[in-house]
Ligand binder design. Structure first.
Ligand code: SAM
Length: 286
């Protein structure tokens, strides 16, 4: 099997297949030998598991996943990588590549057909231009995954794993926490990639759970409140929400008073529990 973290091997492949990295597709491939095994271990690549990977590159992470899990199904948008993968993953008979855009794939169908009878987890070194959309797609699709273990830019990791109620938190933080618990696992320096990006990265893990979602009365309204409240971060929550949701300040103040929330609060000062209480109160009043 080829050592895909050896720069000379990568250079040979680039030359052999005339491959050039696409910046637009977020193609920064991992060349640090310690990172992929670590993602695979943390990411539940083990007996009894089917792993969904997003974005194979030359197959460096794919191979580490395939060594450990029962099956790996990877969705890769760039058809130029298919002949490369035929060569680099030729030792494995448990890898399936789907040449498609992850944002267009029916994930429920994919998991049912690819991973019948197995537990499922997601592992990826995500293309940075669609980090949050992919994570939200995975969570919103409600596919039965035990864990989502992904490499993202360090700043995105901070936001995704922030505590709601702190300055690092945003709408995506609350959205992720609605579906599960996110934690940062480890940092990865920019020099671990080829080509090296301008920023460092981190691997995070989301474990789906129902803790917060079971407290929310109206999911759609909760998400409208969260998006609206964080859309103009410098404004008070009442100001942002009244313009975003088209509600009067009096209606909003009434719900804030009833839930003990200060009228001048900004979204980033509210805990997850307070955001939920407020949206629950609002759902009975509009
Ligand atoms: N897993 C490889 C590694 O770690 O070396 C490659 C990671 S690279 C950061 C991201 C990969 O995602 C690239 O192979 C890129 O072509 C692929 N990709 C980009 N956009 C995609 C999309 N919308 N759907 C599926 N794959 C995509």
């Amino acid at each position: 099997m080829k050592n895909l973290t050896n720069i000379n091997v990568v250079k040979e492949l680039l030359e052999k297949y005339g491959f050039t990295f696409s910046k637009g597709l977020g193609q920064n491939f991992l060349i640090n030998p310690s990172v992929c095994p670590k993602i695979a271990e943390y990411g539940l690549a083990q007996e009894g598991y089917g792993i969904l990977e997003i974005g194979t590159g030359f197959g460096t992470l794919t191979a580490e996943l395939a060594k450990r899990a029962d099956k790996v199904t990877a969705v890769e948008i760039d058809s130029r990588l298919l002949p490369v993968l035929e060569e680099t993953l030729s030792d494995f008979d448990n890898v399936q590549i789907i040449n498609d855009d992850i944002m267009k794939v029916n994930l429920t169908e994919l998991v049912e057909t690819e991973f019948a009878g197995m537990k499922t987890a997601v592992c990826a070194n995500l293309p940075y231009y669609i980090t949050s959309p992919v994570i939200m797609l995975l969570l919103e699709s409600e596919i039965p995954v035990e864990a989502i273990t992904v490499m993202v830019q360090k700043e995105a990791a901070q936001r995704l794993c922030a505590k709601v109620g702190t300055r690092q938190a945003g709408a995506v933080t609350a959205a992720v926490q609605f579906y599960g618990r996110a934690e940062k696992l480890f940092d990865v320096s920019r020099g671990s990639f080829m080509p090296a990006p301008k920023v460092d990265s981190a691997v995070i893990q989301i474990r789906p759970d129902n803790h917060y979602r079971s407290m929310v009365k109206d999911k759609e309204l909760f998400f409208r409140v969260v998006r609206g409240a964080f859309s103009q971060r410098r404004k008070t929550m009442a100001n942002s929400l009244s313009s975003m949701l088209g509600l009067s300040k009096e209606q909003l103040y009434d719900c804030m008073d009833k839930t003990g929330i200060d009228r001048n609060v900004r979204a980033e000062q509210l805990s997850m529990e307070q955001l939920i209480e407020f949206s629950n109160e609002l759902s009975g009043n509009i």
